[in-house]
Design a protein around this ligand. Structure first.
Ligand code: 6MZ
Length: 361
């Protein structure tokens, strides 16, 4: 595990509200309990529960959103989530979140995202390179050994954002999110994610917003095949998104199409097994895709909800699929090729990994 923590890593599928520390959720629940908004004893065990079905996961998200959807808390959880990823040597994080309205406190999708940006700026334990314009390539190169915990230098993490469309949303609401993403490009927003309860909603509802996003140069990643839905899976693959998440219920034709278009897959091992989207690691599609050298990247999905970390996902992969250190290092490094940030960032990340290789030799 120690080795997996020290390995530089790239996280491409992490939901902000799914990555919150249990201690923070409990603290927030206690405060709302004291205010009489919720009954603390009713929610405590829900937060601390380990095994959750997919249905229970989405009920938990409804609770989490009650606890977190105000500006101060959104700022706080963003800060903490970034610090947590950086502390386990994630060097590049594409963090996704669903911009939300909360009319009772005057929160708009935009002000929600402004709170996220404040959280990014508030991180103090590591240097955060979050917007293309605040990255000074020169100084970044000078501080290359940023993730060598032993040399005493401050860590640095690249953070980019993806805005999520929730499957409960209408076409108009999805479009509002895409327009917000376009307005926030200079602040490091790179693309759009489609997520939310996979048994809710229709692909055609989101398609106009996703097409609009693509026409305007935003990258797109889709939650695809988290439940059996052959027609939707085919329609999503025909859209040719830049990445897909999960791909649990793919059939032969789906694998063919995925491979034909060479679409990278964000693999969330613990999430898939806990929610029973895959019955066990023995039959997880990681093995087939890995052996076929298809582009894949290990991710956490919801580190808080599933009590995992990216280091743990590498450890799980190593023991379930018999990967050695060399293979894991290469797997982590390959992820650079599937990030949505520009070539300059990719080059810097390659250098970080090259430096880590030298340290290992
Ligand atoms: C689909 C998921 C998800 O956006 O409020 N989300 N959507 N499948 C999953 N697999 C378990 N895990 C999380 O983060 C929480 C939201 O992310 C999506 C859901 O829409 C959830 O409400 P944000 O920061």
């Amino acid at each position: 595990m120690e080795w997996c923590v020290s390995l530089p890593k790239v996280e491409l599928h992490a939901h902000l509200n799914g990555s919150i520390r249990d201690s923070t959720l409990l603290e927030l629940a206690r405060v709302l309990g004291e205010k009489g908004v919720i009954v603390f004893s009713d929610v405590e065990h829900v937060i601390l529960k380990n095994d959750r079905s997919l249905t229970e996961v989405f009920k938990l998200f409804d609770l989490i959103h009650i606890l977190t959807t105000d500006h101060t808390t959104v700022k706080r959880i963003t800060q903490e989530v970034i610090e947590d990823f950086a502390s386990e040597n994630v060097v590049y994080l594409e963090l996704r979140t669903t911009p939300k309205r909360n009319d009772s406190i005057g929160m708009t999708k935009r002000s929600y995202m402004e709170a996220v940006m404040e959280g990014l700026r508030a991180v103090s334990t590591v240097d955060v390179a979050f917007a293309p314009h605040n990255v000074d390539a020169g100084s970044l190169r000078e501080s290359l050994p940023i993730n060598d915990a032993c040399d005493g230098k401050r860590k640095r993490i690249y953070v980019r954002l993806l805005l999520s469309i929730d499957r409960r949303e209408s076409t108009a609401a999805a479009m509002e999110t895409v327009k917000l993403a376009l307005e926030m490009r200079d602040l490091g927003v790179l693309g759009i994610d489609l997520s939310g309860n996979p048994v809710v909603g229709e692909w055609m509802t989101y398609l106009p917003a996703l097409e609009f996003a693509r026409e305007h140069g935003l990258y797109i990643t889709l939650h695809c095949g988290e439940v059996p839905n052959p027609k939707e899976i085919q329609a999503m693959l025909d859209f040719i998104p830049q990445r897909v998440g999960h791909a649990c219920y793919f059939e032969e034709d789906d694998w063919k199409k995925l491979k034909h278009y060479n679409i990278p897959v964000e693999i969330c091992l613990t999430s898939n097994v806990v929610t029973a989207s895959v019955s066990s690691l023995d039959v997880h599609h990681f093995a087939d895709l890995y052996n076929a050298k298809h582009p894949i990247v290990l991710c956490t999905d919801d580190a808080g909800v599933f009590s995992t970390s990216l280091s743990n996902e590498y450890k799980v992969a190593a023991s379930a699929f018999g990967l050695g250190k060399r293979e894991m290092f290469q797997l982590a490094k390959n992820a650079i090729e599937f990030i949505f940030a520009d070539d300059g960032v990719k080059q810097d990340l390659r250098k970080i990994f090259d430096l880590a290789t030298k340290k290992q030799d």
